[in-house]
Ligand binder design. Sequence first.
Ligand code: C2E
Ligand code: CA
Ligand code: CA
Ligand code: CA
Length: 280
Amino acid sequence: KAKTSGFPYLFYTQKMTEAMAHKLSLENQLRQALDNEEFVLHYQPKVNLASGKLTSAEALIRWNDPRTGLVPPARFIPILEETGLINDVGRWALHKAIDDYLRWHNAGLAAVRVAVNVSPLQLRDRGFSGQILQAIDIHEQAPSGLELEITESLIMADVKHSIASLQTIRAMGISIAIDDFGTGFSSLSYLSKLPVDTLKIDRSFVIEMTESSEGLLLVSTIINLAHSLKLKVVAEGVETEEQASMLRRLHCDEMQGYLFSKPVPGEIFETRFLSPLLLK
Ligand code: C2E
Ligand code: CA
Ligand code: CA
Ligand code: CA
C-alpha cells in the first residue's frame, strides 16, 4: 500500500516544482525584458461608425522576446500582476503611449486620441493618479486626447475608491472608458454614479448580437442605456460587415476590430492611418 501511495505524491511535488521553477524563470525574464526595453506597444484603430473616420487608437502591449518573437499580453500580464511588476510595466506603457500621442500630434498628423489599458493593481495603487500627473508633467502638455481603459470588474471591486481615483484622473482632462462592459457585475445604480465617458461592449456580446434575438436585444439595450447616461459606446472585436452594419443601425458610436484593422506596430499605424490624412 505504501508503495502506491508514495508515487503519486512524489509525482505531484515534482510537477509543482517544475511549474514553480518555470514561473520564477518567466518572472526573471520579464524583469529583464523591462530593463532591456523589450516591451512594445501596438495600436489598433477605432473608427466612427457613422462617418467611417478614425477617432482613436488603443495601445496594446506585446513582449518582443528576442528568442521567440512577439508574446501576447495574455501570456505575461497575469505574471506581471502576481509579482507586482505590472506597476513598472504599466508606467512604461503610459509614458510610451503619451510619447507616441504627442509625437503624432506635434507632427500635425490626424488628431487621434490614444487609449491605454490600466490594470486593476495600478488603479488600486494610491499613487496612481500621482504617477499620471508625473507622466503628463514630464511631457509638459496636458494630453486631453488621452483615455484610460479600465475593466468593469476592477471598478466594481472597490467602488468608493474607484470613484475617487477616477474623479481625480478626469479632473486632469483624461477620459475614462469601462472596458469589457457586460462581463462584470455592475448594477445600473452604480453605472450612473461612475465618473466615466465611454462604455466598451465586450467582443462576446458583439458575437452574440448576430447569433440570437436575445443577443441583439442585449447589445441594443446596452447602447440605449449608455446613451441615456450620455456615454459614448464602442463595440470591440468587430470582424464582419454584418456586425458593423447592425451596430450602425443600433446607433453605436464607434467600432474596433479586425474588420477595420488588427493592432499594428506604432510606425505602421503612423504611416498607414495617420500620414495619408496630412494630404487631405
Ligand atoms: P482588451 O483590452 O479587451 O483588448 C482587446 C483584445 O482583443 C486585444 O487582444 C485585441 O488584439 C483583440 N482584438 C481586437 N479586435 C479583435 C477582433 O476583431 N477579433 C478578435 N478575435 N480579437 C480582437 P490583445 O492585444 O491580445 O490583448 C489582450 C488583453 O491584454 C487586452 O484585452 C487587455 O486586457 C490586456 N492588455 C493589453 N495591453 C495592456 C496593457 O498595456 N496593460 C494592461 N494592464 N493590460 C493590457
Ligand atoms: Ca482595452
Ligand atoms: Ca476590451
Ligand atoms: Ca475584451
